[in-house]
Design a protein around this ligand. Sequence first.
Ligand code: MN
Length: 299
Amino acid sequence: MSVHVERLASHIGDVGGIPIQRALPNKARRIIGAWCFADHAGPATLPPERRMNVGPHPHTGLSTFSWMIEGEILHRDSLGSEQVLRPGQVNLMTAGHGISHSEESLSDRIHLAQLWIALPDAERERAPSFQHFAELPRLSQGGFEATLLVGEFGSQRSPVPSFTPLLGVDLVADGPADAVLALQPGFEHGLMLLEGEVEAAPAGHDAVEVITPGTLLYIGPGCTSVELRCTVASRLLLLGGEPWSQPPLLWWNFVGRELAEMQAWAMDWAREDGGRFGVVEGYPGPRIAVPPVPALRKP
Ligand code: MN
């Protein structure tokens, strides 16, 4: 059986003053499993006056998933959480029906992946929560050091919870490496290059794909394994999950199902008290204003 493979080019942007490459959503593909947003921020070295600062802003219907590679970020949210995120750690903020948060860089050096996980219908109105994971399972495979961010991989299971079957693995090689990774055939997957260059050979696909930063390789369901080879120091994320029959709607910082609810959320955030999103205490700056409502459109 042949496996469907797509190469998706990231678009370049800027979040809070640092350069980012956005792999998802992509015009050709909006979601992989429940992974509905994937930013690669940095690596960058910025002087103190240009550090990444993202003022208070609201979220709904998703979990934000921050994976720190270099540098430190201070997270604050409307639940009163205050947490420094350091390399090798994950912050998971589940917005449910509404939360707001801010992010401040505490270091000149910054390198992280910022991902969003869409919540399924049954969970998207749940109460907000915040969790910090200081340590995650690690394993070695064929020259790659793997950190299990979410889901099950090898014989390990990540402590990071998810509401839908999901996989996230950070893979890093200091030099030449060659590994065959077993995949869940019921999942679709994405390989998101962060550094270096990797050759990927998905089982059931008749070509070897060379991927570099700024390219996400989509591997459709039915694939049982992928061989990864690199000759230079490289880092990539393996993302996966059960395909969604209907991708959610994304607008600004909201994940929902209909434009009408986006309108209501935008009006809520425009209120002085932040409405359902509450207030972030302690951030030394203004909160981020909702874009003009007429900008509402299908992504
Ligand atoms: Mn955010």
